[in-house]
Ligand binder design. Sequence first.
Ligand code: HEC
Length: 90
Amino acid sequence: MDEEAIAINEGAELVKANCLTCHSLSSKNPSPRTDAPSLDRVLANYNSDSLADDFREGVHVGHPDMPDFDFGDRGTDEVIAYLKSIEKPE
Ligand code: HEC
C-alpha cells in the first residue's frame, strides 16, 4: 500500500471511532444527528486546507455539540485524507 492509501485507512478508523455517532458517511443515509451533514458532503462547504488547520489548532468546527478533537498533525492529515477520498461532487 502506498502512503496515501495507508493515511486513508487510518483516517477511516479515526472517523469510525469519532464521527459516526452523529454524522453518516454517505448522503444516501440520514445522519444519526439529523442536523449533522453527511461526511461525503462536508468538504463541499469547507475547504479541506482550512478544515485541516481548524482541526490541527483545536479550533471548534461546526456545532456547539460537536466535541473538539485533537488528532495531532498526523491524525488530522489522515482524517482529511479519508474525507477527501469519500467526497462526492455536488
Ligand atoms: C456529537 C455529535 C458530533 C460528532 C461526534 C461530530 N460531529 Fe461534526 N457536526 C455535528 C453537527 C450537529 C454539525 C452541524 C453544525 C451546523 O450545521 O451548525 C457538524 C458539522 C461538522 C462540520 C461542518 C460542516 C459544515 O458544512 O459547516 C464538519 C467539517 C464536521 N462536522 C466534521 C466532523 C468530523 C470529521 C467528526 C469526527 C472527527 C465530527 N464532525 C464529529 C455533530 C457532530
